[in-house]
Design a protein around this ligand. Structure first.
Ligand code: AMP
Ligand code: MG
Length: 417
């Protein structure tokens, strides 16, 4: 059943419309560990040099290069220089200071000879060190500012903060940093038959899976999910849910269910009544019906109710929206090319996303369908490592054809066979 008033959009057109509607959110200041994986919203300038002073790269002896120009040579050990303080003594001709890695080079010294190239000699009055190997002048000395110079711009707005950037912030004495804030995402399930997971379903009822799949995806992609529960299939209740989302200061509203024709286009009615409605049918499977609009200035994505459709549509449309809102300018899907062991027949001109399990073989990745590809079969996603993409214009594929597979393995390997 196809509603003629609805334009059929391609996945790309739909995504473009969503992305031109969502905006990059404002910055907020957070403790540096909270900034992991987020987009920097300020310039970070070094308050001081790292290292602050010339220091030793090795455990050994700080010497004057001129004293060790010829080896072997014997020098008198006059002090010890531990890390973390300035050496009070000066290295004068014929002397050396025992030095630890990271300790400032004492005045007078310009070279460090590692322990391995020395031999210690003790006599009654003092300690001596014999330098056994030639050492290049300046060897094993780390210059002040060789890592970072005071005043240098170390990190720039727009950068995604990884563990090494978090460490750099700490090294620069920053305990907080400005990053783009996380989007608050209100999630509302709809359906007279849908009950929360903690309730015992009555006859003909099912538990709400979609709110949780979608909330987990929202969290995975950096958003803060706000679970609004389940609204009955009544326009007033769905409208009430959307109002609650606005009261919660949601940056994005996601509903599931109530977008197919059998549901009297519940979400479409809400969008029409409360905001600006754009509605379409997408040229994809699963997930043909998908509503999109703006309510009270907030974008709303109306997902189909079938659990596979809801998750796939969230992956394809909500993930990029969340990434853009958080200041990312790219959101490539991790993907591989794989040999699809199953043949494809009787396609219908739509783009198909098939659930597949991946196996690595000496000839590359091999993909196998995870059984029933019905859009209500959530277990087909539980089994899946990825989504094989079959383009619109392909209506059949022989077994062992090469396909693109979008990976559903953000957390790494499957860990079971
Ligand atoms: P709808 O889009 O509302 O027509 O729903 C399509 C199918 O998805 C129906 O079989 C619903 O029972 C099912 N469904 C709707 N919402 C949910 C949900 N939150 N969790 C699990 N299944 C759902
Ligand atoms: Mg429904």
């Amino acid at each position: 059943m196809q509603d003629e008033r609805r334009p059929v959009l391609s996945v790309e057109e739909a995504l473009e419309r969503i992305l031109e509607t969502v905006r990059v959110l404002e910055p907020e200041r957070v403790p540096i560990l909270e900034a992991l994986g987020r987009v920097l919203a300020e310039e970070v300038v070094a308050d001081r040099s790292i290292p602050p002073l010339p220091n030793s790269a090795m455990d050994g002896y700080a010497v004057r290069a001129a004293d060790v120009a010829r080896v072997p040579v014997r020098l008198r050990v006059i002090a010890e220089a531990p890390a973390g303080r300035l050496s009070p003594v000066e290295v004068t001709p014929g002397t050396a200071v025992r030095i630890m890695t990271g300790a400032p080079i004492p005045a007078g010294a310009d070279t460090v000879v590692p322990f391995e190239h020395t031999r210690v000699e003790q006599d009654s009055s003092c300690e001596w060190v014999e330098i056994l190997r030639e050492t290049r002048p300046g060897a094993n000395v780390r210059e002040a500012g060789e890592d970072v110079r005071a005043g240098q711009v170390v990190l720039s707005p727009g950068q995604v903060l990884r563990p090494q950037e978090i460490g750099m912030l700490a090294a620069l004495g920053r305990t907080e940093v400005a990053v783009i804030r996380r989007p608050r995402v209100a999630i509302l399930a709809t359906g007279d038959e849908v009950v929360p997971p903690w309730e015992t379903p009555g006859p003909g009822q099912i538990r709400d899976a979609n709110s949780y799949t979608v909330a987990a995806q929202v969290r995975q992609y950096g958003g803060v999910p706000l679970l609004l529960g389940v609204a009955r299939d009544e326009e007033t209740l769905a409208r009430e849910g959307v109002r609650r989302a606005l009261a919660e200061r949601a940056d994005l509203i996601i509903t599931s269910g109530g977008v197919s024709i059998g549901d009297f286009d519940l979400v479409k009615q809400v969008l029409a009544a409360e905001g600006e409605m754009r509605f379409w049918s997408l040229n994809m499977k699963p997930g043909r019906p998908l509503a999109f609009g703006v309510v009270g200035g907030v974008p709303l994505v109306g997902l189909p109710g079938n659990p596979v459709s809801a998750m796939v549509a969230t992956e394809l449309f909500v993930r990029p929206a969340l990434r853009k809102m958080q200041g990312f300018t790219q959101w490539p899907w991790p993907e591989v090319r794989a040999r699809l062991t199953d043949p494809i027949t009787r396609k219908d001109g739509r783009r198909h996303y098939l659930r597949v399990r991946l196996r690595e073989t000496p000839e590359g990745w091999e993909a196998t369908l995870t059984g029933d590809q019905g859009s209500g079969i959530l277990s087909s996603l539980v089994q899946a490592d990825g989504l094989a993409v079959i383009p619109e214009d392909v209506d059949h594929l022989p077994a062992d054809s090469e396909v693109r597979v979008l990976l559903l393995r953000e957390y790494g390997v499957r860990n079971t066979e």
